[in-house]
Design a protein around this ligand. Structure first.
Ligand code: GLC
Length: 397
């Protein structure tokens, strides 16, 4: 398992996609539950409008690739019970029976292969639609197991399965042993994730889990006695996972890059979400943010995936190493030019503590030398014409 986990960690940055019938409504992925059960039939009828455009998967994969993502985690089935994959007769509530009439997971996997991105399948344990979920739990578990088997056997090698939704019945026996053993048998290189949710950040819920989660959270260092495990923070661009037309509460690119650095400080992956629109397209706002992040990642892509925390104390920045070289990542770098056009005049100071003396230092982007005194230096702001939020200094001890 070690290699699989290490391979996952090296991917560092993934795109999370929430896509389903709820995308047509544009009020988030919990629409069915939060708008009352009386709407269930009406909700099901969304299948009649689920017309997904032909190249949806390639388009979103292209956005992920350009942003610097190395994998995509897509909701193959969310809590509303609707599957984007062909359930091969297990249920009629799937994409092949909807207006689009296609197996959207097959298209997704094909697009990932085209862009050299690793596909990861999100699948929920919960089901707000299936009768047996309430009336005959053992039968429901069989259905769930058979569903996951399809995902493990019909799409070639996958990067992992990302479970969610156990919070619905926290005391139930979900037969995780059986489910995870099946995944190991069919997909020995897939990582198994089970989201511990907002209230149990970084918690390991089962020994077979390869990666713990920090949902919208602040990652911290996890250290397991039995074996190495990865960690991943998932984050929303605004406030919803599923597409929400009226959610304008977006984070800035600077904040999101800050989240990414915070993740890497603890060796954690960053999984950044977009909620696709009902026809499978990426909404313009999300596309723009992913593009912005991509510009920053492109500038630093030679180092960004291999950085590990250097365990060196630093005020004003975070020190990373790729094993032989050292880098300081500095957030919230302003822009400074003429005082009549830019606001930022003040320079930030970085102070490295408790390390050997720095011999030389250079800005990674311009290769300019940095004047260092007693392991401290001033952060040069961006000059009029560009402002990239986070700047990287390379240092030599
Ligand atoms: C929560 C939500 C779910 C969402 C997930 C993503 O578990 O219930 O809707 O898909 O977080 O992390």
């Amino acid at each position: 398992m070690e290699d699989t986990v290490a391979r996952f960690e090296r991917m560092a940055f993934g795109m999370f996609i929430h896509f389903g019938l709820y995308s047509l409504v544009g009020k988030g992925e919990w629409h069915l539950k939060l708008n009352g059960w009386q709407d269930r039939e009406q909700y099901r009828r969304l299948t009649e409008k689920f017309r997904v455009k032909k190249n949806w998967a390639k388009e979103v994969a292209a956005v992920a690739k350009k942003a610097g993502c190395r994998y995509i985690t897509l909701t193959t089935r969310h809590h509303d019970g609707f599957s984007l994959y062909d359930t091969c007769g297990l249920s009629e509530y799937d994409a092949v029976h909807a207006l689009c009439g296609r197996d959207l997971i097959a298209e997704f996997v094909e697009a990932c292969r085209k862009y050299d991105l690793v596909p990861v399948f999100y699948h929920t344990f919960a089901d707000w639609d299936r009768e047996e979920y309430e009336s005959d739990f053992p039968a429901y578990l069989q259905y769930l197991q058979a569903s996951v088997k399809l995902l493990c056997t019909r799409y070639g090698e996958i990067g992992g399965i990302w479970f969610d939704g156990m919070f619905e019945k926290p005391d139930a026996d979900w037969q995780e042993d059986k489910l995870y053993a099946m995944i190991r048998a069919y997909q020995p290189r897939a990582i198994i994730v089970n989201n511990s949710g907002l209230t149990a950040q970084g918690k390991l819920r089962h020994p077979e889990i390869d990666c713990v989660t920090f949902e919208r959270g602040k990652p911290f260092l996890t250290n397991w006695q039995d074996r190495h495990r990865a960690a991943e923070m998932c984050q929303v661009l605004n406030e919803h996972w599923g597409y929400a037309k009226m959610d304008i509460h977006y984070k800035t690119i600077g904040e999101l890059l800050g989240n990414f650095i915070e993740c890497r400080k603890f060796g954690c992956n960053f999984l950044l979400n977009t909620g696709l629109k009902g026809d499978g397209s990426v909404n313009e706002m999300d596309r723009g943010i992913f593009e912005g992040i991509g510009k920053w990642i492109a500038r630093y892509n030679k180092i960004i995936y291999s950085l590990k925390p250097a365990k060196i104390d630093c005020d004003g920045g975070d020190v990373f190493t790729d094993g032989s070289r050292y880098y300081v990542l500095i957030r919230d770098v302003g822009m400074d030019a003429d005082p009549n056009v830019t606001l930022h005049g003040k320079c930030k100071r970085v102070q490295i503590k408790g390390a050997q003396p720095i011999r030389t230092a250079k800005w990674f982007d311009t290769k300019e030398s940095i004047e260092v005194e007693e392991n401290s230096f001033l952060v040069k702001p961006y000059w009029y014409g560009e402002s990239m939020c986070v700047r990287v200094a390379q240092i030599w001890f």
